[in-house]
Design a protein around this ligand. Structure first.
Ligand code: TXA
Ligand code: MG
Length: 321
């Protein structure tokens, strides 16, 4: 049985108690819902992998209560230090050399650890209440779409976890940006809400994900709906066959004119706002996936700003292996 509670209904205290007892709990963050466990308890972390059916080779992000605690888990160079001063709390994960005492399960045995500080007020209450880091991957079964609200978590993990702390829909709707600083330059391992342009204000970005930088556990197919998904350029829309069996994802209303022959049409942002497109993407993918269409087709978006993160997720959703 999976309970759903809100912070108003005493959910924060219940979550802290469960985490202390070595249990897993689904928690809201500003990006997507996470499945959290006390990062200092290896057995609790093992439960995360079990509930998600996640391979042990895929390391976890540790969500820290404060900077001092973060320094007890990893070593921060000057550029990384500057990055966290600018972007924490918020949707930026930094990969840094680990210290002794970090459970091997958290890092998948590597010599680095990924950390971030969430800006979500409910998450902040839980992690401060616990007083320790919370290891938390996205609260979906392995390889599936990250949940951006409590019903989506229930779809993914209902019956497998004791508690979902419900705080409504996530503001960003896409996972955090993951970076690693090498020789005072930034490698982006996963594009996200903190964009290349924002990072460049702190230090040069040497590489973007998708090139030869590989995150452990970042296989090509990820964030995937069960329905086959394709990403197409606007010119290709007219030529699509069997449109009546297709669920179409449009970034903005512009292409609606040609969309009449499609089975279903979902617009990510009526005002054409890229942040709103990002925030709605997973919810819309999940909805069309449940709609029984033969195929989902998404229109490509420009790759500046958060568009890079949107296209990275669409690319992974479209990958067949
Ligand atoms: O927004 C987010 O980051 C969400 C919320 C819950 O905070 N979490 C999230 O976690 O997306 P997850 O596990 O779904 O994705 C974490 C990614 C994985 O691809 C993993 O390989 C990478 O972070 N990662 C973790 N530790 C790493 C490390 N030491 N080096 C490189 N990549 C790492
Ligand atoms: Mg994930």
């Amino acid at each position: 049985m999976t309970r759903v509670e809100t912070s108003a209904g005493g959910g924060v205290a219940a979550a802290v108690d469960l985490l202390r007892a070595g249990e897993v709990v689904a928690l809201p963050t500003e990006t997507v819902y996470g499945l959290g466990a006390d990062a200092t308890q290896p057995l609790a972390c093992a439960r995360i992998f079990e509930a998600k059916s996640r391979p042990l080779s895929d390391p976890l992000i540790v969500h820290v209560p404060d900077l001092e605690w973060a320094r007890s888990f990893g070593e921060f160079d000057a550029v990384t230090q500057r990055l966290i001063e600018v972007f924490w709390p918020g949707p930026l994960t930094v990969v840094v050399p680990r210290r002794a005492g970090v459970p091997d399960l958290v890092t998948a045995g590597q010599d680095t650890v990924a950390m971030r500080m969430s800006a979500h007020p409910v998450f902040a209450e839980v992690v401060t209440g616990l007083g320790r880091g919370i290891a938390a991957p996205s609260a979906n079964r392995f390889g599936r779409i990250s949940p951006t609200d409590a019903p989506a978590v229930m779809d993914e993990l209902g019956g497998r976890i004791p508690l979902i702390l419900d705080a409504g829909a996530c503001a960003h709707g896409l996972e955090s940006t993951i970076v690693r600083v090498v020789d005072d330059q930034i490698d982006v391992l996963r594009a996200g809400p903190v964009t290349r342009e924002m990072l460049e204000r702190v230090a040069p970005v040497r590489r973007m994900s998708g090139g030869d930088v590989v995150t452990p556990g970042s296989m090509k197919s990820h964030y995937a709906p069960r329905t086959p998904l394709d990403v197409v350029e606007p010119e290709a829309l007219d030529g699509l066959d069997d449109a009546a069996r297709v669920g179409l994802i449009l970034p903005s209303p512009e292409a609606r004119a040609v969309a009449g022959r499609f089975g279903a049409v979902e617009v990510l942002s009526e005002s054409g706002d890229m942040r709103e497109m990002a925030a709605n993407l997973y919810r819309v993918m999940r909805m069309l996936d449940a709609g029984g269409w033969d195929r989902i087709v998404a229109l490509a978006v420009p790759t500046d700003g958060i568009g890079a993160a949107i296209m990275e997720r669409l690319g992974k959703a479209a990958a067949r292996e």
